[in-house]
Every structure is written in C-alpha cells, then in structure tokens.
Design a protein around this ligand. Sequence first.
Ligand code: THU
Length: 133
Amino acid sequence: MTHQADIEQLIQLAIATSQNAYIPYSHYPVGAALRATDGTIFTGCNVENASYPVTICAERTALVKAVSEGRRAFDTIAVVTRNGGSPCGMCRQMLFEFAPEMRVILADLQGNITLDCSLSDLLPHGFRPQHLE
Ligand code: THU
C-alpha cells in the first residue's frame, strides 16, 4: 500500500522531471516517476527526435533507467502532463512486462490527480511473458 505522502513525492518528482523534457516538436512535456519495490525512484521525461518515431516517452525513459540499474519489480508510477494525458500503448505494454498490477497515478502539472488505477486497468488482457512459455 502506497501512502499519500509517497504519492505526492512521486508526483512532485515527475513534475520536476517534466521540465527536462526535450520537446522541440510537440511542445508537450511529460514527466514520470517510477518506484521500484525496494523504494528506489527512477524519473524520466520524453525525449523527441527530428526523426519523429525515434522519440521516447517519459514512462519508457524511467523504465529503462530502472531496469538498467538492476530493478525489475515496481509498485507505482506517476505520470504528469498538462492535461491528464495517459500513457501510450507502447508504454503500457513495456511496463506490463514487469508489473501488470502496479498502481498508475496520472496528474496535471499542478499536481492534481486525474486518474488513479492499476496498469491492468489500462491494459486489460495484455500480452505477458508467460505467453511465450
Ligand atoms: N508522450 C509521452 O512521453 N508519454 C506518453 O505515454 C504519451 C506521449 C510524449 C511523446 C511525445 O514527445 C509527446 O508526448 C507527444 O506525443
């Protein structure tokens, strides 16, 4: 169970990280803060590219930072946008690989929560590693 103070911390970290977003094309900043089950928090922002599809989203930035630092279990992710935008399908699938039941908190850039649900709510019947066994 994640305490309210922890949620607030994740949202504030996501907001701060959104300020590092590299967004010359969309001008749409996104920030994410992903908490591993050991309590470590990994942040991410979106990083765009002149070759548009090369862009990486904030959520996947945070996830690859975490996995490359040895974490594979997560309990919560906070994602902030200016208008409550929700994670794209690619990010949902990539997060689902590691923690289908993690809590997903969406908030705006003022910290107002717009959605609080589980990843499996966002990606019902998702494709799992077990499908390949
Ligand atoms: N974006 C994210 O960072 N996360 C999402 O889940 C949705 C979209 C970014 C990608 C791009 O830099 C900008 O938002 C507009 O699509």
